[in-house]
Design a protein around this ligand. Structure first.
Ligand code: NAP
Length: 458
């Protein structure tokens, strides 16, 4: 596999951006060799742990990543946490270049009183839990309320709403984590209220995702047509936005449908912000959410923002899912822009946070480069841009002994890291898919680190 004087590149994070960066690098520079690291034993990042389990078609993009994984010039090194098992400086010593593609694993908060009451949680944690992410195996989210409030009108909010409103049989054929399937089957949630702080024209969901909310087996979609009346400013703002205009049409179609009297309901509401979450009589559980009505106001950049009117209403709810976006995290040793929660960069080239000087040999792609936006495919162009930047740069040299691929493995062994390689991942994959075939499901996920590591050893 190793070519003399090969360009040695580390890619940190085996999600979509990591695979697209690796694919582009191997294509543009056939003699390059890559070590692809991930802190989890299993690859695929948000495709495995973020994309909803009932969206198997989206998950099938892993076929492309499997091809990259099978390339003899790439080594998968799973269960290795850069920043802990290997430092950024270790990478600098062993690789000519490192592309950091570790995403945005944290969630944004609302910053309102009562946000930490029992029953109020982050949608991104809930998503990780139902997708079998090993760090969330013990989450045990409460699902014993009647009404759940979902704050935010992006695609994650839609995913969470659908999972809350689907029947057990609608979820059973997916690869949802077993423990989540069992817990959701016992859920007493019957009303899911989804609120956007701006209007229906400003919602971030995709049209297909929105439409899917109207196709559930046992959930009516409740939209007040009066809520869809938009201002002239809003109409003008979406004049050139075909997706927003289509979304509005779909909302109007959905609002006009007669209700079917089903046992669950999804309510879509707009121009509302939660301003406080109040406890119930126990003093510790979510009981009521105070919502403030907003109006739209033009911002300095011409876009429309939400402005509180001071008019409030109270919603009895026992569960709150904040679905207001992901947030990137700093990695020790790597510059970080606290304001935007990204690594400062110029077309993927890492820049120092203070004076914006390029940091030789370090690059970023994906959400940690541009923030948590876009669909999976968006990361392809983003990664290609980064790799093109990398290949146009003069890279730092590394000592021949450090360039030996065995040197990094020796370092990890010395540090007692149980590395999962591509064969180890194939064993995990086989164990999960064999169990899935027996149950008529795409796979039965192994949801703890111990189970994943045991399966990787065969
Ligand atoms: P998102 O698309 O950025 O949506 C975040 C939502 O939260 C927006 O409605 C936003 O409203 C709202 N929000 C932000 N701060 C708020 C606050 N303080 N109070 C009330 N509302 C607030 O983020 P996401 O849903 O987490 O998704 C992340 C990315 O993954 C997106 O690009 C998404 O399309 C993608 N994704 C795609 C799929 C799919 O294709 N099926 C599935 C899941 C995720 P404003 O617009 O007013 O800021």
């Amino acid at each position: 596999m190793e070519t003399a004087n090969a360009l040695r590149v580390a890619v940190v994070g085996a999600g979509p951006s990591g695979f697209y960066a690796a694919e582009s690098l191997l294509k543009q520079r056939p003699e390059a060799v890559i070590d692809l690291f991930d802190r989890l034993p299993a690859p695929f990042g948000l495709v495995r742990y973020g994309v909803a389990p009932d969206h198997q078609k989206i998950k099938s993009v892993t076929k492309v990543y499997d091809r990259v994984m099978g390339d003899a010039r790439l080594r998968f090194r799973g269960n290795v946490e850069v920043g802990r098992d290997l430092t950024a400086e270790d990478l600098r010593r062993h690789y000519h270049a490192t592309v950091f593609t570790y995403g945005a694993a944290l969630d944004r908060r609302l910053g309102i009183p009562g946000e930490d009451l029992d029953g109020s949680m982050s949608a991104t944690d809930f998503v990780a839990w139902y997708n079998g992410h090993p760090d969330f195996a013990d989450l045990s989210p409460r699902l014993d309320g009647h009404t759940a409030l979902v704050v935010g009108v992006g695609n994650v909010a839609v995913d969470v709403t659908r999972v809350l409103a689907k029947t057990p049989s609608e979820l059973a054929s997916s690869d949802i984590a077993d423990q989540a399937l069992a817990a959701l089957a016992e859920s007493s949630v019957r009303d899911v209220v989804v609120i956007g702080r701006r209007g229906p024209a400003e919602a971030k969901w995709s049209t297909k995702e929105l439409r899917d909310l109207g196709e559930l087996e046992d959930a009516d979609l409740v939209i007040d047509p009066a809520d869809l009346a938009i201002t002239d400013e809003s109409r003008a703002a979406i004049a050139d936005d075909a997706v927003a205009r289509r979304n509005l049409e779909v909302l109007e179609e959905l609002a006009a449908r007669p209700l079917r009297g089903l046992s669950r309901r999804i309510h879509l509401r707009f121009l509302l912000s939660p301003i406080a979450i109040e406890p119930d009589a126990s003093g510790s559980r979510v009981g009521t959410v105070v919502l403030e009505r907003n109006r739209l106001e033009a911002r300095a950049d011409g876009s429309l923002g939400a402005k509180g009117t001071g008019i409030t209403e109270r919603l009895d709810a026992q569960l709150v899912f904040r679905s207001v976006g992901y947030r990137g995290q700093a990695m020790p040793g790597l510059p970080f822009d606290e304001r935007w929660s990204v690594v400062p960069n110029d077309h993927g080239r890492v820049l120092t946070a203070r004076d914006g000087e390029p940091v030789a040999g370090w690059y970023v792609a994906g959400w940690i480069k541009r923030g948590p936006t876009g669909v999976i495919g968006t990361n392809k162009a983003c990664a290609v841009e980064t790799v093109t930047t990398l290949l146009s740069d003069e890279l730092p040299e590394i000592a021949p002994a450090d360039a030996d691929p065995a040197a990094v493995d020796a370092l990890l062994a010395e540090r007692g890291v149980a590395v999962v390689d591509a064969d180890g991942w194939r064993r995990i994959d086989a164990a999960e898919t064999v169990a899935g075939a027996a149950a008529g499901r795409p796979r039965v996920k192994l949801c703890t680190r111990e189970a994943l590591l045991a399966a990787s050893r065969g």
